[in-house]
Write a protein that binds this ligand. Structure first.
Ligand code: NAP
Length: 366
């Protein structure tokens, strides 16, 4: 019998891809089952569990099912891969439409200073996403001994270049350069990071503007998973200009996925645990690995973990692991929805940046 290899090979590839995807989903389910077990093993009432889970639980733990009361509510994983994919795919379609009209495509310029490993990774991912969507991108690498004046001159060139729609300067900057002066040097019309005071002022007043990419990404995630925010008490831990402060403004704004009553916490907040316990929604953006513990989280809360901290771990391939600000394994079972780290807010940040770039293009491009 003759086989058409052109047909068979792609078929095998599809089967294998599908198999891998199934295994991944199983791994994620197992991970959350473990989280549930760790937290409430002694409280589980197996009769209330779906038979599928009862069976799995028995297989994994051999737990004697003489338990008392089940406090577990089904928990939704706010998967950044899924939500960001939806945003990226929409942007791709828009760019295809732009190309069909023969117009130039949106273009993002990124400035990377020095050799910070994390910054290299973030910028590479931004460039990769531009490629995928169909945006043009320019990466400008500068030595970390560049002067502030030289950096401002580079930004000014980009400001004056009509082919560039968005400009971002990857933070942090070397100590001898003022972050504020650099942010101020960017033309607000190209400020796709949303850090310029003009952008921030508009955000505060509820006017259309560039929303800083991470809070923007979180809002897109809330929208994607249709998380109810109206009338909820949101606790934001952290008040940085990049995450905490704009997040608190967005959540308190009179807009879809806003209308929360917001409490902003910082390093001088006394009784942080008690305040967190009142939160229907907690946004943890403080940069302290696994800071938010189960005893700080109300049953059924929505938890958004912004933190990214590299924690040394000699058993890890890279010598470190990425940890969020939330102790995921113990907190997840108490929540109604939670973002994983990695695979949560980080991916949404890029989606937010990409949306801002298209917005800048629409306003000044063509
Ligand atoms: P940041 O500028 O260092 O701000 C941290 C904030 O947390 C500050 O307001 C600080 O309070 C507060 N804080 C620190 N320790 C605290 C404590 N023990 N209790 C209460 N509040 C405390 O950090 P950031 O730039 O906002 O970033 C926060 C985290 O998010 C970091 O891990 C960062 O890597 C991560 N991040 C992730 C993304 C992403 O895409 N996923 C994007 C940006 C940042 P004070 O103001 O009193 O000092």
């Amino acid at each position: 019998m003759l086989y058409n290899l052109n047909y068979i090979y792609p078929t095998f590839a599809i089967i294998i891809k599908h198999r891998l995807a199934t295994l991944r989903v199983k791994a994620i389910r197992l991970e959350h089952l473990y989280a549930l077990l760790l937290h409430s093993a002694e409280k589980i009432q197996p009769a209330t569990l779906h038979p599928h889970w009862r069976h799995k639980m028995y297989k994994i733990t051999n737990l004697p099912f003489a338990a008392q009361k089940l406090t577990f509510a089904p928990m939704l994983i706010l998967d950044g891969k899924i939500a960001s994919r939806a945003v990226i795919d929409t942007l791709k379609t828009e760019v295809e439409q732009i190309k069909l009209t023969g117009k130039r495509t949106p273009h993002l310029a990124a400035i990377l200073i020095g050799n910070n490993g994390a910054s290299e990774t973030y910028v590479a991912s931004k460039v990769k996403h531009c490629d995928e969507i169909g945006f043009g991108s320019t990466l400008i690498r500068l030595a970390d001994n560049i002067s502030e004046a030289e950096l401002i001159a580079t930004i000014t060139e980009l400001n004056n270049n009509d082919a560039i729609d968005g400009i971002l300067v990857q933070l942090p900057l070397p100590k001898h350069i003022s972050e504020q002066n650099i942010i101020m040097a960017i033309n607000p019309a190209k400020d796709v990071d949303g850090f310029h005071p003009v952008s921030v002022g508009k955000l505060v007043q509820g006017l259309p503007t560039f929303i800083p990419a991470t809070p923007y990404g979180i809002m897109l995630m809330l929208e994607h998973f249709n998380i109810t925010t109206k009338g909820k008490h949101a606790v934001v831990i952290g008040r940085s200009n990049i995450v905490g402060r704009p997040m608190s403004i967005l959540l308190s704004s009179n807009q879809p996925y806003g209308n929360c009553t917001v409490t902003v916490c910082h390093s001088h907040t006394p009784n942080l645990n008690e305040i967190c316990l009142q939160g229907d929604i907690i946004v943890a953006a403080l940069g302290r690995a696994e800071f938010v513990k189960a005893n700080m989280v109300k049953e059924g809360a929505v938890v958004i973990d912004v933190g990214i901290t590299r924690v040394e771990d000699p058993t890890a391939k890279k010598g470190y692991r990425i940890k969020g600000d939330v102790a995921y394994n113990e907190v997840a079972p108490r929540t109604s929805a939670i973002t994983p780290v990695p695979g949560g807010v980080g991916l949404m940040t890029i989606a937010g940046l990409m949306k801002n770039t298209l917005q800048a293009y629409k306003a000044i491009g063509k």
